[in-house]
Design a protein around this ligand. Structure first.
Ligand code: ACO
Length: 336
C-alpha cells in the first residue's frame, strides 16, 4: 500500500540577535588571549550577547514573530510548537510553552522542547517533516534559541571565545502546491561521544542518603576532539546526503552550515568544490549561536543579499551528543 505523504512548505524564517557586541579584543580583558589567536583558529571576531534580563525566550519570541509575519500565518493557526535549545533559561516550563504564551498561540496547541544541541534546528525540522507528512499537523513553528553566554565559564578561554547568543525560527506548513521543500533530510547521533561536549546540571543527593559536592553549571568541551571528529565525519556525511538524494553538489545553490568553526566549514566547502559565494558564513560576527546558527545564517544571508531566494540549499549541523544532521531544502521567494 503506498502512503499518501503530504509535502512540506517552508513558509517563513526569522532571526534575532541581542544588541550588545563583545569583540575578541574585549575578551583580552578577561584572560590571556588575542584577536589573532581566536580569529585564526575559529573565524570569529565578535559575538552578540544578552544583557540584563534578556534571554533565550525573548530572542526566540522575536525570531518567531518575524517568521510568522514572513509566512503570513497568524499565531492562532499554528498547531504545534517545537523549540530547540542547548542553553534554556529553565528546564521547564519548556521554551516552546513560554513562546506559546507570549505569542498568543491557542492554549490547547502542543508545545515541547528538544535537546540536540547545535543540531537542534535540523532535528526540529525532521520532526516537523514527519508530522506534516503524516497529516497529523498542518502548521508548525520551530524555534531554535540559545543563550549560551549564561552557561559559559567566563574564565575558560577555550570555550567562552566560541559562543554567541541568538535565535532563529521557521514556520513550516503543509504545502498547497504539491511541492515538498524538503528534498532530503537526515539526522544522526553517536552517544559514545557524549563526553566531548557537556553541560552538567548542578544538583545534590538527599542529605539523608549521601551528600555530594555541588558543581558549577558550565559548558565543558574537548575542543580538539570535537574538531577532529567533525572534520572527519561532516564532509563525507554531506557528500553522502547529496548522493543519496540522487543529486550532485552542483545541483544545489548554497551551503548553509552550522557556524561553529570556519575551518570546519571550509573542509565541507572544499569537499563539495563550492566557490565562496555558494557558502554562507557569518561566524565572524556572531560566533557559534548553537541551534540558532543555521536559521540566522539563512535569514541574515538573504537580508544582506548573499542568498538569493528561489534557490536550493544544503543545511548541515553538529553538536553535543554527538549529534549531527543535514537537509537539502528549497528556499521559496518571500520566506525571509
Ligand atoms: N587564547 C589563547 N590561547 C588559547 C586559547 C585562547 N582563547 N584557548 C586555548 N589556548 C591555548 C591552549 O592553552 C593551548 O596551549 P598549550 O599548547 O600551551 O597547552 C593552545 O592554545 C592550543 O589549545 P587547543 O585547545 O589545542 O587549541 P585548538 O587549536 O584545538 O583550538 C578550538 C581550540 C578553537 C576550541 C578548536 O579546538 C575548535 O574550534 N574545536 C571545535 C569546537 C566546536 O566546534 N565546538 C562545537 C560546539 S557545538 C555544541 O553543541 C555546543
Amino acid at each position: 500500500m503506498t502512503q499518501n505523504l503530504k509535502p512540506l512548505k517552508i513558509a517563513g524564517v526569522g532571526y534575532c540577535v541581542p544588541e550588545t557586541v563583545v569583540t575578541n579584543d574585549d575578551l583580552t580583558k578577561l584572560y590571556d588571549t588575542s584577536d589573532e589567536w581566536i580569529y585564526s583558529r575559529t573565524g570569529i571576531k565578535e559575538r552578540h550577547l544578552v544583557s540584563g534580563n534578556e534571554g533565550a525566550v525573548d530572542l526566540g519570541e522575536k525570531a518567531a514573530k518575524q517568521a510568522l509575519e514572513k509566512s503570513k500565518i497568524n499565531p492562532e493557526n499554528v498547531d504545534l510548537i517545537i523549540a530547540a535549545s542547548s542553553a534554556p533559561p529553565k528546564l521547564y516550563p519548556a521554551i516552546a510553552c513560554q513562546i506559546q504564551d507570549r505569542l498568543g498561540i491557542p492554549n490547547h496547541v502542543p508545545a515541547f522542547d528538544i535537546t540536540a544541541a547545535c543540531s537542534g534546528l535540523i532535528y526540529g525540522l525532521s520532526i516537523a517533516k514527519a508530522y506534516i507528512s503524516s497529516g497529523m499537523y498542518k502548521t508548525i513553528l520551530i524555534v531554535a534559541t540559545d543563550n549560551n553566554s549564561r552557561l559559559l565559564d567566563w574564565e575558560d578561554r577555550s570555550t567562552s571565545i566560541l559562543f554567541g547568543d541568538g535565535a532563529g525560527a521557521m514556520v513550516v506548513t503543509e504545502s498547497d502546491d504539491g511541492v515538498d521543500d524538503i528534498i532530503a533530510i537526515d539526522i544522526k547521533a553517536d552517544g559514545t561521544l557524549g563526553n566531548l561536549i557537556e553541560l552538567p546540571l548542578s544538583g545534590q543527593n538527599c542529605p539523608l542518603v549521601e551528600p555530594c559536592e555541588n558543581h558549577k553549571q558550565y559548558i565543558v568541551m574537548n575542543g580538539k576532539e570535537v574538531y577532529k571528529f567533525v572534520a572527519r565525519v561532516l564532509p563525507q556525511y554531506v557528500e553522502d546526503l547529496i548522493s543519496n538524494a540522487d543529486m550532485k553538489a552542483e545541483d544545489i545553490d548554497y551551503l548553509i552550515p552550522h557556524q561553529a568553526n570556519l575551518r570546519i566549514i571550509h573542509a565541507v566547502q572544499e569537499r563539495l568544490g563550492y566557490s565562496d559565494d555558494k557558502v554562507v558564513t557569518n561566524i565572524k560576527y556572531y560566533g557559534n549561536t548553537s541551534a540558532a546558527s543555521i536559521p540566522i545564517a539563512l535569514a541574515e544571508g538573504v537580508e544582506k543579499g548573499n542568498v538569493k531566494l528561489g534557490s536550493t540549499a544544503i543545511l548541515c549541523g553538529f553538536g553535543a551528543g554527538m549529534t549531527w544532521g543535514g537537509a537539502i531544502v528549497r528556499l521559496r521567494e518571500g520566506i525571509c
